[in-house]
Design a protein around this ligand. Structure first.
Ligand code: ZN
Length: 487
């Protein structure tokens, strides 16, 4: 058999003023043709899963493109059409493939296109015809629309948050599409969207409510004809009509069972919606609680400034509070400020800076901070993920400087990137076990790699575009009522 594969991923925060252009994709990940195999073979990614299964079966692969950018504002129409065009060209040139596997996100909003992935799949289907199976893997934070149902054969969502199962979902998709090609499975779907958006910070699946919902979805009550169940949390920071939670169930040919199972899971989630309610912890209280800790290191998640959800990554409110409360043993990963990195490079290791740090992208992430700092080290920002997510993949923070600001070590970076792997600290020369307080710009993903050694985790909700208090956001296009905004 022969399968075309493609990857195109962006989680779009429509409140962000930072446009996501082609340069943003090139800065993170943009590979074409055979480069895709080189970049993803052996990695714990969805595409890595596709490739392993296809190669083990001895099947052929048609590569097109794999592109992803750090979450930020609307994808420019130019970037959307360019990357979509590369995929569509591949589909057009390879009409002899048996199936199409797509590693997408599900929360991409482009200029003039709310449903970035749904529109992509619609265009692919218009070229491929109705007989070619298209199996799609999406992030848990997706906006599910009817386009997914109408134009994809099966859509599979991540089951874990932190997303430690991206590889497994790729394997699942590549196995399933072969069964569909062989005529062993005839997928039919049921979609339910109860009017709710679970608060992101309450959706981790290590324990608690969301894990219990997944246990129910995948446990003994699951009908035997179900071939895929997804519980999409939605992505709160997109002001578009389809934003919200979704249950998506596929069975092998049994529509009634699919509908009953989707109803069962949607009703269960709705009945427990109050458990998603969340009381934010202020930055001041978060730092106080960290200081009161009895073990180290304590991890403070600066959840409202999580670049993994489209924040600017340049807020310094937690740093300011650490200094105000007299903390001496702490490290911050990271603060995006390329201007300060340039100054640090000019000053050199051991040099001193008097400048303004952070909060330069917009007025939504607090205020800049006047600092007097010493340059501890300069680093090219490259590191390899060694935690449970995307293990083995390389990433870059751009040129970086580690600064000593009032005794606190601050990694200042030239690129925005969620701090979800302690390897960022290690690669910057900071032993995360040798620090009392670690500050990470992340909402949940950090838990996979940090929680095993953290004495305590604190979610501090300061200013930023990924605040868990959704009442701060001025929604105008989402469907209302929507829990918990309209409790
Ligand atoms: Zn996600």
């Amino acid at each position: 058999m022969k399968f075309l594969i493609a990857g195109f991923a962006h989680e779009t925060n429509t409140f962000s003023t930072v446009p996501t252009d082609l340069a943003a994709f090139r800065a993170q990940s943009f590979v074409t043709g055979e480069e895709v195999a080189k970049a993803f073979t052996g990695t714990s990614t969805t595409t890595g899963g596709f490739l392993d299964v296809i190669c083990e079966r001895g099947d052929e692969v048609v590569h097109t493109v794999s592109a992803s950018a750090t979450p930020s504002g609307l994808v420019t129409r130019d970037a959307y059409e360019t990357i979509t065009g590369l995929i569509l060209d591949g589909v057009q040139e390879s009409q002899d493939v048996d199936g199409i596997l797509l590693a997408l996100h599900g929360a991409m909003v482009a200029e003039g296109i709310d449903d970035g992935e749904g529109e992509l799949i619609r265009r692919i289907r218009s070229i491929s015809g109705d007989d070619i199976p298209i199996v799609v893997v999406l992030d848990l934070h997706s906006h599910i629309t009817e386009s997914f149902i109408d134009y994809a054969t099966v859509v599979i969502g991540y089951q874990k948050y932190p997303h430690t199962d991206t590889y497994e979902r790729g394997v699942e998709a590549a196995d399933l599409i072969a069964r569909i090609v062989r005529g062993e499975v005839h997928a039919v779907s049921a979609l339910r969207k109860p009017a709710m958006i679970p608060v992101c910070g309450k959706c981790h699946t290590q324990d608690g409510l969301y894990k219990e919902l997944w246990d129910e979805a995948l446990g003994a009550s699951r009908p035997s004809s179900v071939i895929s169940t997804s519980l999409f949390a939605g992505f709160s920071y997109a002001d578009i009509p389809p934003m919200g939670f979704a249950v998506l169930v596929y069975t092998d040919g049994d529509v009634d069972v699919a509908n009953a199972e989707a109803d069962r899971l949607a009703d269960l989630t709705w009945s427990r919606r109050d458990e998603f309610l969340y009381t934010p912890t202020s930055v001041e209280d978060g730092v106080s609680q960290a200081i009161e800790g009895t073990g180290w290191p304590v991890v403070i998640a600066d959840i409202a400034d999580n670049p993994g959800g489209g924040s600017s990554n340049d807020g310094v409110e937690v740093l300011r509070e650490l200094i105000r409360q007299g903390v001496k043993s702490a490290a911050v990963g990271t603060v995006y400020d390329p201007d300060v990195v340039d100054l640090a490079i000019q000053a050199g290791v051991g040099g001193r800076l008097t400048t303004s740090l952070g909060a330069k992208t917009d007025s939504l992430h607090g205020n800049p901070m006047d600092i007097e700092a010493r340059v501890i080290s300069i680093w090219d920002g490259r590191f390899r993920y060694k935690g449970p997510m995307t293990t083995g993949s390389w990433a870059s923070l751009g040129d970086c400087a580690v600064l000593d600001v009032g005794g606190i070590r601050v990694i200042v970076a030239s690129k925005r990137l969620q701090c979800r792997d302690p390897e960022i600290f290690r690669a910057a020369g900071i032993d995360p076990l040798d620090v009392d307080i670690l500050v990470v710009k992340s909402a949940v993903h950090f838990r996979a790699a940090f929680q095993p050694f953290a004495a305590k985790v604190i979610m501090a909700d300061g200013p930023g575009l990924t605040a868990l208090d959704l009442t701060r956001f001025d929604y105008s296009r989402i469907q209302r009522p929507l829990f918990p905004l309209d409790v």
